[in-house]
Design a protein around this ligand. Sequence first.
Ligand SMILES: *[C@@H]1O[C@H](CO)[C@@H](O)[C@H](O)[C@H]1NC(C)=O
Ligand SMILES: *[C@@H]1O[C@H](CO)[C@@H](O)[C@H](O)[C@H]1NC(C)=O
Ligand SMILES: *[C@@H]1O[C@H](CO)[C@@H](O)[C@H](O)[C@H]1NC(C)=O
Ligand SMILES: *[C@@H]1O[C@H](CO)[C@@H](O)[C@H](O)[C@H]1NC(C)=O
Ligand SMILES: *[C@@H]1O[C@H](CO)[C@@H](O)[C@H](O)[C@H]1NC(C)=O
Ligand SMILES: *[C@@H]1O[C@H](CO)[C@@H](O)[C@H](O)[C@H]1NC(C)=O
Ligand SMILES: *[C@@H]1O[C@H](CO)[C@@H](O)[C@H](O)[C@H]1NC(C)=O
Ligand SMILES: *[C@@H]1O[C@H](CO)[C@@H](O)[C@H](O)[C@H]1NC(C)=O
Length: 827
Amino acid sequence: MGFFTIILLLPFVFKFIHASAARDTITPSQPLTTGETVISAGGVFELGFFNSSSAAAPQSRQYLGIWFHNIPGQRIVWVANRRNPITGSAGSLTLTADGNLLLHSRTGNGVDAEASWSTNTSRIQNPCVTLLDSGNLVLAGSDSKGSNITSWQSFDYPSDTFLAGMRLGWDLTRMIEKGLTSWKADGDPSPGGFTYRMCRTAAPELMVWNGSSIEYRTGPWGGGKSWSGIPQMRTDSHFNFYFVNEPDQISYYYEAVNKSVTTLSALDSFGELKRLMWVGSGWMQYSKLPEDPCDDYGVCGAFGVCSIYNPQELCKCLDGFVPLSPSAWTLRDYSGGCVRRKELGCTPGGSGSGVGDGFRNVSGVKPPYTVNATVAAGVGQDECGNICLRNCSCVAYGVVGGICISWAGELMDIKEFTIGARGMDLFVRLTASELDSSGSKSSNSSKKHIIVIIIPLVLVSVLLFSFAICIMRRKKKSGVEVVSVKASKGKGMELPIFDMSTIAFATNNFSNENKLGEGGFGPVYKGRLGDGQEIAVKRLSRYSVQGLDEFKNEVMLIAKLQHRNLVRLLGCCIQGDERMLIYEYMQNKSLDAFIFDTAKCKTLDWPKRFEIILGIARGLLYLHQDSRLKIVHRDLKVSNVLLDKEMNPKISDFGMARIVRGDQMQESTVKVVGTYGYMSPEYAMHGIFSVKSDVFSFGVIVLEILTGKKNRVFDSNQPHISLVGHAWTMWTEGRPLELVDGAIGHVYSESEILRCMQVGLLCVQEGSDDRPTMASVVLMLGSEGMLLPQPKRPGFYPKEGAKFRNLSSPEHLSTVNEITVTMLQGR
Ligand SMILES: *[C@@H]1O[C@H](CO)[C@@H](O)[C@H](O)[C@H]1NC(C)=O
Ligand SMILES: *[C@@H]1O[C@H](CO)[C@@H](O)[C@H](O)[C@H]1NC(C)=O
Ligand SMILES: *[C@@H]1O[C@H](CO)[C@@H](O)[C@H](O)[C@H]1NC(C)=O
Ligand SMILES: *[C@@H]1O[C@H](CO)[C@@H](O)[C@H](O)[C@H]1NC(C)=O
Ligand SMILES: *[C@@H]1O[C@H](CO)[C@@H](O)[C@H](O)[C@H]1NC(C)=O
Ligand SMILES: *[C@@H]1O[C@H](CO)[C@@H](O)[C@H](O)[C@H]1NC(C)=O
Ligand SMILES: *[C@@H]1O[C@H](CO)[C@@H](O)[C@H](O)[C@H]1NC(C)=O
Ligand SMILES: *[C@@H]1O[C@H](CO)[C@@H](O)[C@H](O)[C@H]1NC(C)=O
């Protein structure tokens, strides 16, 4: 009996001994062997041996690495012997008396003669290797004069993970390049094909490479705390970013504002850079690069501009340039890029003095690739222009982060940002006659941002107009070109195609009793399949005349989205003119049926509402960045949040924007879809949408859930004040709790409600840059005690003295009612 007790206790005894023996150093007399680990003084990181195996290389191999000690899951942040796994059963890490750190395989009683890895250092006295709480493994000792020196540190040789305090870039005195190299695959630390390195052009930038081809670039440093190609870094409230460009080093590093936050940034085996944050129960993805199709290097070729805000045509040529191959361009193959319509007054090496050339201001863009650029520091905008004008090789100039950059050769990889995101002003050299002619052209095209405000009259004419277009298009149908949507890198998955008769039977022949409601795209029916499964059938209006293949493609994209907070698409049905989408059925219908109903709202207490808010946030985060595609929902509202049996929220109608988009084969129209009251100002007024317009809608939803009131018809006595505006007033007056829905009951956490209100107000801020990303929202909602920024003025809130546009008055809203409005935007 006693014997068994001892056996059972042994593991604990060992653990205890182990813990008490934890050390943070390796010395010549204390090597490290398989089974032992070194733990940093504060218990943050752990160094030891780990076994790794992947599907490609199922045989387990042993590596020496560093991982987080206090976080489950052994997230490896550094690997020593990536190229040479240990072959024997165990490894041993020894420090020689003169300061060389050697990793050997153990075989039998001895060790392999040849080291699997070594720091190749020597000539120091009293060497000691220490694992620091930053995750840096440092080999230090004293030199012949007795002064302390660091002869090697793991931060100089990064693996795939970029930790706070680590520097990426170049040590120019020792000529060491510090970049990230991806793992070959999940579970296989050997070097993969992707690297993230600092390119030492005149204006250095970080780039992701696939072998020797560029995948993505950050653009040169934009000054302040951001890369010019990632303007959202500027308003990041969780991190500070730094760039150093000095004779001895070019480096980039960051730190978390809250030092106790555990975070890392890693280059995964697909070449994506992901920033993760530990949120107690798991790693949350905070950001991802590349973010959208325009981040792919050179998608639009030379002198092309990429803009995701024009989903019909990702690419356009710079003013004064035309596609090199117009036929390829219409087939959406933009790789050939653009060429000058008219030659310049002067050409490099040729004659001409540059007289007669001028510059066109292309504002709000990511600076082109700087490989052939030259820089001049301490030069203002005007002098920068003179430098460029005087040099016939110079094709464009601009000031980025206080540095004057002159580009020669081709302008590659220009991306257009939203108006709010403020990219650089790029001045492109054009010949004088071109400047005149395209000047008038550009004033024409600027009209594309003028929007048609929804007043009933206009709505009616718009409907007539779209109807006319539909008819026109029907006639042209044979000429419609079907372009297949380039799906994610994975293989396409099969989506069941239902038979029309099955669906007709399931919905009782689309009977009125089965009708659940009418959405913007057509009626929705409840149905029951033969096997008893309940379904919701969305019958798309016949006006949508998009190509069949394209419809299928789009549906496939939606089908790939799988998340517990998104309604699942079960299949589709295509027959003749009919296009239907079949979804899982949600027992509790939509959220608006609860929060705006005087009786049912009482069933939603605060904990439930908080869970619903969190669920919507997670679903939206997934749409924005966790799925391989970046999807802007564009019509987020409480009636599009459905509730299942357990009252879990599920976002529905996601991806509908894409289907609508496919509808516009006609180049002359761009539809703005969305619901009044949920649309961000820049979207409603300029047709500019981005993830931040969804964030705005999310903010409105949060405020509606908190208050039980609708944003649009908040108080009919004061029609000019929306819920958003009212919440802002109450917030600034310090009495936000007075707004909270009485039906919530008395049991609630005041701080939780205040936090939600603050997050809601942050989301509806007027400036899209100011609004947090969904990653940030999820983080803010989930972290008790985190310091949140103070919200600024919300969108659609009357400015002092400004004449209010009366956009949210209920009069014309009653016309639009619950239906999603579709506006046509002339361009
Ligand atoms: C790795 O695997 C080897 C043999 O397969 C085993 O002896 C060793 O203990 C394992 N190491 C770790 C750290 O799990
Ligand atoms: C040490 O030197 C060997 C042989 O020159 C080389 O293969 C290895 O990469 C070097 N190790 C490190 C960590 O630089
Ligand atoms: C050198 O390092 C040792 C151990 O870290 C320390 O005790 C000593 O004070 C240091 N000496 C100098 C000159 O910095
Ligand atoms: C990376 O390059 C390889 C070979 O050049 C290519 O097969 C692969 O598709 C590329 N990967 C990506 C993500 O572009
Ligand atoms: C370039 O154009 C933008 C937008 O029209 C404007 O804000 C900016 O001031 C212009 N830059 C210069 C230097 O004229
Ligand atoms: C002209 O510009 C090119 C490319 O930017 C540069 O290499 C060259 O030195 C410049 N020439 C003069 C005279 O500044
Ligand atoms: C930079 O210059 C080289 C050599 O002239 C040329 O091959 C390359 O295409 C240029 N790259 C860009 C982006 O202009
Ligand atoms: C910093 O983060 C920790 C852990 O996430 C949290 O407990 C603490 O409240 C945060 N501090 C601030 C000032 O946000």
